[in-house]
Design a protein around this ligand. Sequence first.
Ligand code: GUN
Length: 283
Amino acid sequence: MTQILDGKAMSRQILDGLKNEVASYRQKGFRAPGLATILLGNDPASAVYVRNKRKRADDVGIKSFKYDLPTQTTQLELLTLIEELNNQGEVDGILVQLPLPAHIDTSLVIYAVNPDKDVDGFHPENIGKLSLGHPRFLPCTPKGCMYLIQASKSKLLGAHAVIVGRSIIVGKPMAYMMLNTDATVTICHSNTRNLREHTRQADILITATGIPHLIGEGDVKEGVVIIDVGINKLEDGTLVGDVDFDAVKNKAAAITPVPGGVGPMTISMLLENTVAAYRHHLS
Ligand code: GUN
């Protein structure tokens, strides 16, 4: 029987745990944890993601500092805001939703966030720590993928993990996390030749391409664990992953659905990182 990796249920459990933890701090008289979310521009998908992050933060008892900035906000204005939040004692975590408009240098923005408040885990100091095997904040989406892989109970030591996608948000940090758990890692991307030759070797396949149904039945081997990060909207409005779920489902030992797999985990990981930052800032 194929195991369906239910990110929605797992996420709910994690959020409940965080809510209890925050409540116990509050009962002892400590301030609430604080998360600043910055949304720049009017990309509809980003607006939905940020709205959900804020809502879940409220549910858990995290105080939201919300910044909805117009598209024409300058780089200097954004960097000035980040600097203020770096110095604001009630703010434990800072999230700048990506992608940013083209006139803003994303790297500069990521570099500007205090690494102690970098709950996205994108700052070079945090990526560096992760690459060295002693992470501080793990980037949220790959961290959520790790939880789901662990729930599949598949052995990571020596397993061949094939990652399709090399973004800073998913592919690269995912590769470090898999390496840190002693998997053998292959990273594929848009210039990889014969993608299928690689994906067919995967014991664990993680896809983050944004190409609907890129992976079909012939692209995976029997018993694979599939983590599908893709959330793609078809013309009729249906949400599908990078993997053709129905076609590969019976071949996989475990697979994430879309929606309801990786997506909900990303938010709970953000809030888990925020509470970790809070704990650290209180101590
Ligand atoms: N855009 C898509 N995923 C993410 C994420 O995990 N963090 C941020 N900041 N932006 C994103």
